[in-house]
Write a protein that binds this ligand. Structure first.
Ligand code: GAL
Length: 954
């Protein structure tokens, strides 16, 4: 060893590596010894692949002056260098297989002793579960090989090299390699040994690779088990009385595994030298009659795309974090995960088996950057790269083949088309005919068993459902799944309800996977969460990396609450007769016996006491009507019913009482608001007094309402554009965010034309319009009072040639001196909602502080509206609306929110700003998909709406 110019050819070699063992199933032995090599390692980072020779790998090398790094981890998140975020552009010249001379290289060193009880005989395997992007490995001074394939396991036989103590493990990790061309997923580039490193003793006669085949015959109820094993052995499943030779099939009556009923049987593979526990789930997956079926039943995926993410650790997730993801998914009615865009840590799949989630396991492959050159030189269509692709396919399939939760293999993501993909699909079909193959990038579906699409608009989904979209015959005969839809970037996604309606209406539509599970924000002391560009990247895609249903710290965003409601497995709706509801079981496999139903009536939002509702244990697809008796007389107040379905018993993923589904309906409506008139306005110098309100006589603007000072009350049409308003640059449909700015909606001028009193009313006529445009909104504010209350009626008439819908239509005003801690009470929707994200808006009596009304999107933007508000109390004011209104309150202005780039840019001012909106424009999903459906566009048209201001009742 120790040459002066170290060999670096392997870095740009398209081959998958050298010296590694053939891939095999990932398992933990019950009795073979193992030693985790996670923990503190020594680290030296150099700027290039060849800066240092390999003398560091020799025993006795003094690394005392090196830094310390934690493995698993990424050195760029531990103070050495910085992460880079790009969506699809390679952050280096596209010149395959070459990588830049600037190639951060982390030399890692770890010295370890074998435990005292480490068995003397047998061999040993050194396993790396994930290293980005290329590693060269030495043990005790001997080079044992190198590998690529970042999110895949790589093993070396090392028994002969081990010593009882003072073993030196040296790993040189390069950030860039030929492998980087195959790993162009939309995420942070994060080099490092980011998954576990372990030394596994391999006893003589120990298990090798094995393949658990556990099929279920839904007609006979029988399960057939056959465990193919490289090494002779027996398979024992005590609970089923099974004791057969490996390779022998055995059939028993069993309970099947499904994601809803994840029944596992504990078994063990016994070889001469080892016992290996296996968890067996009996299920059969087929594509038949154009449908994906498990155990004979077509599935409906209510899925999410999950990247591995932790705001401090990057893709180095611990078990608790993985479990948190699974629990959050289960608690939000999610039933499926696509492991976008690489096989996850193997422990995640164990959790999916145990808790019950359908999994599309995706290979670590994406070459999206080649789209910039019309896919020329795409590695997936270049035979020289095929061995690397096949190696990746095999490492995924062999590692994960024994998981019942994995129901489909995915070749990768956004890699165009080519012979390499076909080779992968052929190999997978041959090795594991028991699972269909998925891949989205080939519109011809040559290699796939399902038709997959990303982000199609609703109407296109419907056309596909009806077979009217053209395409090959083969494609038309396949089921459709939306492997990505509903881009959850910032506020949104909108339109989930309408997608779900389509999925439920057409058999061919087997559901989808929201993009994506989590925001990949990096915890940052000065910014809250950092995103692309915050580390000085030369090329980056800003906050496109923050597009999840949960925030970086895994707090559910309103998008997840909405999704939970839209995909709830029990449908509750008003029944045929008054006072009844219809309950429908929308599970695919489970009956409703695990749920407990209750109902209550609310008068003006206040519950009158919950009662049990007896619902039969309906089978999937069945409905029943049940009565809600005892509706109270509201005496002019609104009366509504709420039905809730909750877990009747504790489950592994949520406790008894966890809410699974709910619905509300109206029994009787509230009486119209009082006119609040009778008192005459009185002009008094520069003031006009109208009952308990005082106005500026010149501008007609209120100074106080029922004794409460108010500032700047006027029509408002602007919102701090959302990521979905701004849209993605490549969108060909009109993107309203940019158009709104072009039209000047963020800088409307308010010209007062007349302030007049006529009898009982004070009327202020204005024209609201942007500079440079003829378009405007004639706006009249008509104020009346009965002496204790003040009523405002706003009338708006648009003028001119409006080319865009409005972001919002309502009034806003400031409450000087109010603070973020001030309490708000209201009757209306409880959580953030917009016109196309309001399924989960539950009308009750709520209270929250102003601060709690803010949704902390990683990039600040319009947020926090509450739907269907009948009345709200804030800062000593009560506001009743006619009709119901959208309520928003913030400790900063919309302009401030619009200018903010990070959470920490938002600093409360001395005023709380209140928005009372008559209408809002929808949200949609245009940050990567379609905009809001036309029915959610807020086109300017004549409108009139009223508010009554009074003192709070409580
Ligand atoms: C898809 C891609 C994802 C992600 C998403 C946008 O095209 O497969 O990885 O980039 O768009 O967030």
């Amino acid at each position: 060893m120790s040459s002066h110019t170290p060999a670096t050819d392997y870095v740009e070699d398209v081959s998958p590596g050298r010296g590694t063992l053939p891939p095999r199933a990932w398992y933990a032995s019950s009795d073979a010894a193992s030693l985790s090599l996670n923990g503190g390692w020594r680290l030296r980072v150099s700027a290039t692949a060849d800066a240092e020779d390999d003398s560091f790998a020799a025993p006795g090398y003094d690394a005392g002056g090196w830094a310390e790094v934690t493995v698993p981890g990424h050195w760029v998140l531990q103070g050495h260098g910085a992460p880079i975020y790009t969506n699809h552009l390679y952050p280096f010249p596209v010149d395959p297989p070459h990588v830049p001379a600037e190639n951060p290289t982390g030399d890692h060193l770890r010295v370890f002793d074998l435990p005292g009880d480490w068995p003397a005989g047998g061999g040993a395997v050194l396993r790396f579960d994930g290293v980005e992007s290329c590693a060269r490995v030495w043990l005790n001074g001997t080079e044992i090989g190198e590998f690529k394939g970042s999110r895949l396991p790589h093993e070396f036989a090392v028994g002969r090299l081990l010593k009882p103590s003072g073993n030196v493990l040296a790993v040189r990790v390069h950030q860039w390699s030929a492998g980087s061309y195959l790993e162009d997923q939309d995420q942070w580039w994060l080099p490092g040994i980011f998954r576990d490193v372990a030394l596994l003793h391999r006893p003589a006669g120990g298990a090798g690779d094995f393949f658990v085949h556990a099929a279920y015959d839904h007609v006979s109820g029988a399960g057939t088990l056959r465990v193919d094993s490289d090494v002779e052995g027996r398979v024992l499943v005590e609970e089923l009385g099974i004791d057969v030779a490996a390779g022998e099939p055995v059939t028993r009556p069993v309970e099947p595994w499904t994601a809803e009923t994840p029944r596992l049987y504990d078994g063990v593979l016994v070889t001469a030298g080892e016992r290996v526990p296996v968890r067996i789930g009996f299920r059969t997956v087929v594509v038949e009659d154009g449908l994906i079926k498990v155990n004979g039943t077509p599935l409906l995926f209510k899925g999410v795309n999950r990247h591995e993410w932790h705001p401090r650790e990057g893709r180095a997730l611990d078990l608790a974090t993985m479990r948190e993801d699974v629990l959050l998914m289960k608690r939000h009615n999610v039933n499926a995960v696509r492991t976008s865009h690489y096989p996850p840590h193997p422990a995640f799949l164990d959790l999916c088996d145990a808790y019950g989630l359908w999994v599309i396991d995706e290979c670590d492959l994406e070459t999206h950057g080649f789209v910039e050159q019309e896919w020329r030189d795409n590695p997936v269509d270049d035979a020289r790269w095929t061995p690397a692709l096949l190696d990746r396919a095999a490492r995924m399939v062999e590692r994960d083949k024994n998981h019942p939760s994995v129901v489909m293999w995915s070749l990768g993501n956004e890699a165009g088309t080519g012979r390499g993909l076909t080779a992968m699909a052929d190999w997978i079909h041959d090795r594991d005919p028991s699972r269909p193959v998925h891949y989205e990038g080939d519109p011809g579906c040559r290699d796939t068993d399902v038709y997959a699409r990303m982000y199609p608009p609703h109407e296109e989904v419907e056309r596909i459902a009806r077979g009217l979209d053209g395409g090959t015959r083969r494609r038309r005969e396949l089921p459709l799944i939306l492997c990505e839809y509903a881009h959850a970037m910032g506020n949104g996604p909108g339109g989930l309800t309408e997608y779900q309606e389509l999925f439920e209406r057409y058999d061919r539509l087997q559901g989808g996977f929201v993009w994506e599970w989590i925001d990949h924000g990096v915890e940052h002391p000065g910014l809250g969460y950092a995103y692309g560009g915050d580390f000085g990247e030369e090329l980056h895609d800003a906050n496109f990396v923050c597009d999840g249903l949960v925030f970086p710290d895994r707090t559910p965003s309103p998008g997840l609450i909405e999704y939970k409601k839209v995909i709830e497995p029990v449908r509750i709706e008003a029944g045929d007769a008054d006072g009844t509801v219809r309950v429908t079981n929308r599970y695919d496999f489970a009956d409703l016996s695990h749920l407990e139903f209750s109902f209550s009536h609310q008068v003006d939002g206040l519950p009158t006491g919950a009662r049990r509702l007896t619902v039969p244990p309906l089978a999937p697809g069945e409905s029943a009507q049940v009565e809600l008796d005892g509706a109270p007389d509201g005496g002019g107040e609104e009366v509504r019913w709420t039905v809730e379905a909750r877990l009747a018993e504790d489950t592994p993923w949520a406790g008894k009482g966890h809410e699974v589904a709910w619905a509300q309906g109206t029994v009787s409506r509230r009486a119209p608001l009082l006119a609040a008139a009778g008192v005459r306005p009185v002009v008094d110098g520069d003031r006009i007094t109208l009952g308990p309100a005082v106005f500026d006589a010149r501008t007609g603007a209120p100074r106080t309402l029922v004794g409460v000072p108010v500032r700047g009350l006027r029509l408002d049409v602007w919102r701090a554009t959302t990521d979905n308003d701004d849209g993605a640059a490549w969108q060909t449909d009109t993107r309203y965010g940019p158009l709104w700015r072009e039209l000047g909606l963020h800088r409307m001028r308010h010209r007062v034309e007349a302030v007049g009193t006529d009898g009982e009313a004070l009327t202020v006529r204005t024209r609201v319009a942007p500079a440079g445009r003829e378009t405007g909104l004639r706006t009249a504010y008509r104020w009346t009072s009965d002496g204790t209350r003040v009523r405002l009626t706003v009338s708006v008439v648009p003028e001119g040639d409006w080319r865009a819908p409005l972001p919002r239509l309502g009034v806003r005003f400031g409450l000087p001196g109010a603070t973020p801690e001030d309490a708000v009470r209201w009757f209306g929707g409880g959580n953030e909602s917009y016109p196309d994200t309001r399924a989960a808006s539950k009308d009750l009596l709520w209270d929250a502080s102003v601060q709690e009304l803010q949704t902390p999107y990683v990039r600040p933007q319009e947020n926090g509206a509450r739907a269907d508000v009948r009345w709200a109390e804030i800062g000593g004011l009560r506001v009743d609306g006619e009709p119901e209104f959208w309520f928003t309150a913030r400790p900063w202005t919309t302009e401030h929110l619009d200018a903010a780039r990070h959470r920490t840019d938002l600093v409360p001012g001395d005023t709380v700003w209140v928005h009372l909106d008559h209408r809002l424009h929808g949200i949609g999903s245009q940050s990567c998909g379609p905009g809001p459906l036309p029915r959610y566009h807020l086109w300017p048209e004549p409108a009139e709406f009223s508010f009554v201001f009074s003192r709070p009742r409580g």
